[in-house]
Design a protein around this ligand. Structure first.
Ligand code: TRP
Length: 323
């Protein structure tokens, strides 16, 4: 049976971008494949200078994944640093990864631009650590958002180089996108992300959600309520296509004619998001009352992941003639 692996950074709570872009597939794939899902705390360290919130963020992300429908009976769900073999594999894969590959990765260039004061060795090595995640668990399929594709390409290059030098050890993994591989944030400009504060957390209350949606940027050419709108360039309309499929044709028509204003359109959107996330939010609240259960799932996940990790590391050591 093919194996699936994916990771999500604990930089805050899960938001609609992560959810629509990747986590929807986490849930769908777990019936068909052996799935391993990971809260990647070591990756989070590449952009943190302080860590007082780290444990709280790991817990939040872990609960969000469970609430979103990751089922620990079907999938392995764990925290990256709980299986320390990852560090060894990342170090060893670093030996077959030319620095020039890493310096041209778009996410690296972007983060180096955003935080010139914190361009650390770990940040340059981010894609090697990600390749190590995928390869430690010998994954064939990797559900991710579209922004992660360059990392997947690099993982495949690492696989080819490693296999060439040390004999066939890894298969090349494939990215798996959802039907919404890029969710644009409320600014209507960049991908939805916490660092840009243009996101909606899936566990937000209906009131918070409504408030956030109201701040969304719509069609910039539309100044007065009755001006004809352009749904094709409006991000709120794109979000309707994800959360309110039934009403999409009507909203499109009415917006173009100037019959429905942006405020009403956003109100409808907020209602649909709230409706579709209600069961998830209910599960999330229930999980918050069960910290022991969360710990248990975490420990059990790490134990099961360890078995796979140990066997891969032994194989890699032997291939590289480390003993
Ligand atoms: N880089 C991914 C992101 O930012 C997170 C990640 C870490 C990941 N390791 C992974 C995703 C392995 C897929 C597979 O979203």
């Amino acid at each position: 049976m093919k194996r699936v692996f994916s990771g999500v950074r604990p930089t805050g709570k899960l938001h609609l971008g992560n959810y629509q872009g990747a986590v929807l597939n986490y849930v769908r794939l777990q019936d068909e494949y052996k799935c391993v899902y990971c809260v990647v705390d070591i990756h989070a360290l590449t952009t943190l200078s302080e860590t007082p919130m780290l444990q709280a963020n790991i817990n939040d992300m872990f609960m969000d994944l469970l609430a979103a429908g990751v089922d620990p009976e079907k999938a392995i769900l764990f925290v990256q640093s709980h299986v320390p073999e990852i560090n060894e594999l990342a170090m060893l894969l670093g030996m077959v990864t030319p620095l020039s590959w890493l310096l041209r990765v778009p996410t690296f260039k972007e983060k180096a631009r955003q935080h010139p004061e914190n361009v650390n060795y770990g940040l340059v090595g981010y894609p090697v650590l990600m390749a190590a995640d995928i390869l430690l668990y010998k994954a064939d399929i990797v559900p991710v958002g579209i922004d992660q594709q360059p990392h997947l390409e690099l993982t495949r290059e690492i696989v080819r180089t490693f296999n060439q030098r040390f004999g066939h050890t890894f298969d090349e993994p494939q990215a798996k996108l959802t039907e919404f591989p890029l969710v644009v944030g409320l600014d209507g400009k960049d991908k939805m992300s916490k660092s840009l504060n243009n996101h909606i957390e899936i566990s937000a209350t209906p009131e918070e959600t409504q408030k956030r949606v109201m701040t969304a940027v719509t069609d910039p050419a539309r100044i007065r309520k009755n001006d004809p709108g352009h749904p094709d360039v409006c991000n709120v309309f794109k979000l309707h296509q994800q959360f309110n499929t039934a009403e999409v044709p009507t909203i499109c028509e009415e917006c173009k004619k100037g019959n429905i204003g942006c405020v009403e359109c956003k109100r409808k959107l907020a209602n649909c998001i709230n409706e579709s996330l209600a069961p998830l939010r209910e599960r999330r609240i229930a999980l918050e009352a069960k910290p022991d259960y969360i710990k248990e799932v975490m420990n059990d996940g790490a134990k099961r992941a360890s078995v796979i990790a140990k066997s891969t590391i032994e194989e890699v050591r032997a291939r590289m003639n480390l003993r």
